[in-house]
Write a protein that binds this ligand. Structure first.
Ligand code: GLA
Length: 731
């Protein structure tokens, strides 16, 4: 990893593990992009520059000889800007005090930092050598500092911008994206992850075209609708071949990501905070920090891109306290009991898993307030325990769970409240909404206005008190709706278009003051399942409940899509009851466990109905998880072998970093007669090592397993799995 500035050619070379990013300061003074791809030698790339626009093109500085053959449209500036002739999508739009909306960002200097500075109030990747490129408008004192960070252990570049108003008069940002990036040519596919509740992160593909491919969220949440991720890839890229540039925003509120095929023969990627309902006025001397974007590069198809993201997030983003250590192996009561439980029922649920290896009990929704028997009441009343269900408060249950040598977890939804609650009666002004208008209700609740400090203080005090008074070990932090009527009573009416970003900052402040302030507690994220699954949330929550849909068949697709950029260890995957709670599908306990073992596993059912055989099966599954899966889920490399969006099979292979151990989990959706012989070529093994696969009683080289493969024969009904253990042996 290195960042070098070549003085003579004014070229910046940013080299990561297996990639190079380079640009130079052109004769007009602009930072002009040259290349982002596989590692290349530091040789001149001047022959790759584009000309163009002799007639309609607008030319930079006429004082420079030969300028007429260059136009802004072709220039590929490191940050596309507006009003001076770059007709591509601008990454920044600033309204200056004089009323013009021009920016003309020229290079004025740079710094190379050995330690990456953090972003104030927002999570970001750590470590990595960092270039700060200072750009300034040719006419005003508006400037942009572009941050670039590269790493020696993963092929990603982290980028962001800090915009400054160095003038004495205000300037208003109407668009302030985190990056723009030019790729050569227009022949690309765009992959993104769409979804809805219980149906998160399904893959979709389209093409770059002349125009803009855009995905966004206007929900004040990164949302289940579209994840803040796009991958732009060579046409026909597969899991193993082709170039991919994957873009993932470290942000949890309304965002936008775009890919534009421009007439200059390039593809422009860009994005950041959604400018749809955004403006931000900077007084003289003020700055605005944008969220970070992580851009992964792979020359080895989508598989390489995902492994780059997984390494980046495990090594530099997710809380190091938990990221690589064994996770709580929990039992959650939600799908087992819903709101219908009492102390005796919960004790029985705990008793029923004694000796199985389950080490944590998580009590979900319904423990608080006076009348939380469904979602209509009591949300937000964390200071009251429902004595009807839990006489004597939480203590008898917590003590009971602890006396069994297990850890105790509890559900909260800190950002929401019911109208029928003590907290709303005491603080009706704490909610988000426009005075005089009807307040939208989602899952029977309103939302707390996290943009206001007094509201955050209230939440921090009440939630922290429950955590500390009860010596909790685990918290599940849920968030079951999206924002409507974005408006804060705490702000000036003309300042309301800051709301979505201020909500994100408020949420991160809450996470700092609850999660970071309770380092002994493990925090799991959730948003009606996986409705807010983004890198910023992963910084705080080492794992997130992937979906309220826990059906193995549905999960093959949800977990496949999620794995595009998020590591397996970030996905909470529970074995639940059959028929499934959401899909009513029937599947075997083995199928459910094999798919749930491809993540941070646990159980979510009523264990009191277990037979002795069920209990024994759970015990065996947990031994298998601990011995074979856990370390691969936490630290291994993922190879996606079969894509359930494209066929009847799903297959994930997990390989240890030292390549001495691997597992292959294959799943077949429907039994098609005479279609049981599926040839699979393994990936990621050491060709020179010999491996033993007990399920096939087969010993052979990694080379053979990867070139010739094995035959997977799933026999039996629909929805079955086969799992193979692949262990290096010494002969
Ligand atoms: C959401 C979560 C579930 C459960 C319920 C409780 O739907 O995703 O896991 O916690 O809320 O109300």
């Amino acid at each position: 990893m290195s960042i070098v500035f070549e003085q003579e050619t004014k070229t910046f070379w940013l080299d990561g593990k297996g990639m190079t990013y380079t640009f130079f300061i052109n004769p007009f003074g602009y930072a002009e992009h040259l290349y982002f791809g596989k590692t290349i030698p530091h040789e001149s790339l001047m022959h790759t520059r584009a000309y163009g626009g002799l007639s309609k093109g607008i030319h930079p500085n006429p004082a420079i000889e030969g300028q007429r053959i260059w136009s802004y449209n072709y220039m590929k500036s490191e940050l596309s800007f507006y009003g001076t002739g770059d007709y591509r999508e601008p990454a920044v739009l600033v309204e200056n005090a004089a009323g013009d909306r021009l920016s003309d960002l020229l290079y004025v200097g740079h710094e190379i930092l050995s330690a990456k500075p953090s972003i104030s109030g927002m999570p970001s990747m750590d470590g990595g050598e960092t270039l700060v490129l200072h750009l300034k408008d040719s006419h005003t004192d508006f400037g942009a500092d572009l941050y670039y960070t590269v790493y020696d252990d993963c092929d990603v570049i982290a980028r962001r911008v800090v915009y400054h108003n160095g003038a004495k008069t205000p300037a208003t940002l109407r668009r302030a994206y985190s990056f723009s990036l030019s790729l050569p040519g227009n022949d690309y596919e765009v992959t993104s992850l769409w979804g809805s509740w219980a149906h998160e992160r399904f893959m979709q593909k389209t093409h770059v075209h002349h125009g803009v491919v855009s995905i966004d969220s206007k929900n004040t949440s990164s949302s289940a609708t579209l994840n803040p991720f796009i991958a732009v890839s060579d046409m026909g890229t597969t899991e193993t071949n082709g170039q991919v540039w994957g873009v993932n925003l470290v942000y949890s509120s309304s965002y936008v990501l775009k890919a534009q095929g421009d007439s200059g023969g390039h593809t422009l990627l860009m994005g950041g905070i959604n400018d749809f309902d955004f403006y931000w006025t900077l007084d003289g001397g003020e700055s605005f920090e944008t969220p970070e974007v992580v851009i992964a590069y792979s020359a080895e198809g989508f598989g390489g891109m995902s492994r780059a993201f997984h390494d980046a997030y495990r090594n530099h983003l997710i809380n190091p306290r938990y990221v690589k250590s064994p996770r709580p192996l929990l039992l959650n009561n939600w799908e087992g009991t819903s709101f219908n439980f009492d102390l005796e029922k919960l004790k029985a649920i705990v008793d029923a898993v004694e000796g199985t290896g389950i080490d944590t009990f998580v009590l979900d929704d319904g423990w608080f307030g006076t009348s939380r028997d469904d979602s209509h009441a009591s949300l937000g009343d964390w200071h009251i325990v429902n004595e009807r269900k839990l006489p004597g408060g939480l203590k008898p249950l917590v003590d009971y769970v602890h006396s069994k040598g297990m850890k105790m977890g509890l559900w909260f939804e800190p950002e929401c409240l019911n109208e029928d609650s003590e907290v709303f009666r005491a603080h009706p002004d704490y909610i988000i909404g426009v005075p005089g208008r009807i307040h939208g209700i989602g899952r029977d609740s309103f939302m707390m206005d996290l943009t206001r400090k007094e509201v955050r203080d209230y939440i921090v005090d009440t939630v922290n008190k429950v955590i500390r008074d009860n010596k909790l070990d685990y918290v599940k932090w849920d968030f079951n709706r999206n924002v409507t009527e974005s408006f804060s009573l705490g702000r000036d009416p003309k300042d309301q278009s800051r709301f979505a970003h201020l909500y994100a900052l408020g949420l991160y402040d809450l996470c700092e003051r609850i999660i970071e302030a309770n380092p002994q507690v493990f925090f799991e994220g959730c948003s009606a399942g996986g409705g807010r699954f983004d890198p910023a949330m992963l910084h705080y929550f080492s794992q997130i409940w992937t979906s309220d849909n826990s059906d193995a068949e549905a999960r093959t697709m949800i977990q496949y899509g999620t794995s595009m950029c998020y590591p397996l260890s970030s996905m909470s995957c529970h074995v639940s009851a059959s028929p499934n709670h959401q899909t009513y599908r029937v599947s075997t306990m083995k199928t459910r466990a094999d798919i749930a073992h491809l993540g941070a596993t646990g159980y979510e059912l009523d264990s009191t109905v277990f037979t002795d055989e069920d209990r024994e099966e759970v015990r065996a599954q947990i031994i298998e998880y601990k011995e074979c899966d856990e370390s691969l889920v936490l630290e291994g490399d993922l190879y996606r072998i079969e894509n359930p969006f494209e066929g009847n099979f799903f297959g994930f292979e997990l390989v240890a970093k030292d390549k001495k151990k691997a597992t292959l989990t294959m799943y077949r959706r429907i039994n098609i007669c005479n279609d049981y012989a599926k040839r699979i070529r393994l990936q990621g093994l050491d060709p020179d090592l010999r491996y033993y696969i007990p399920e096939l009683d087969l010993t052979c080289s990694g080379a053979l397993l990867m070139t010739v493969g094995i035959v997977v024969k799933i026999r039996g009904a629909d929805f079955l799995t086969l799992k193979y253990h692949i262990d290096a042996i010494e002969e």
